[in-house]
Design a protein around this ligand. Sequence first.
Ligand code: NI
Length: 191
Amino acid sequence: MILPIVAYGHPTLRKVAEEISPGHSGLEELIENMFETMYSSEGVGLAAPQVNQPIRLFIVDVGPYVQEHPELEGFKKIFINPQIIEQTGEPWVFNEGCLSIPDIREDVSRPPRIRIQYYDRDFQFHDEVYEGISARIIQHEYDHLEATLFVDLISPLRKILLKRKLNDISSGNIDVKYKMIFPARKKKVRA
Ligand code: NI
């Protein structure tokens, strides 16, 4: 089932997500629905808060990047209760976007290498190192669990310039091909 994605300004995007336990009710179904939602909106990552679930879970599948970056082949994963425990290297800039903030892309600077500990869908523990674009996607999705959005990481001046566009997104005053929940949409008055 395709789930609606919450738009910029929605309170769930500003909640620090909570850890879940094995046997979390509806987890398998939520993961399946998140993949379906991500593919139908052509995203490469999706965090549970974006589908209005404030829990520590995100998914990635970099399929759309594989042609340009063959080293990413097969990078499809589920991260449960992740903790980034190390970020190293000279920060680099990458042009990021977000399904909750359609039509905005901005250069964001982040360290290139991360070490992350997490559980997979069978609650097996993993401790892994990622670099480059895979690290970048993980950092972006991980930030959603920490209530941080990529537009929080750009310069204050850039953010001022985007203010109106961000307000338009919150109020649903945009064209978007997938289903969204707009927190500031004005209710239609029925006569
Ligand atoms: Ni995002």
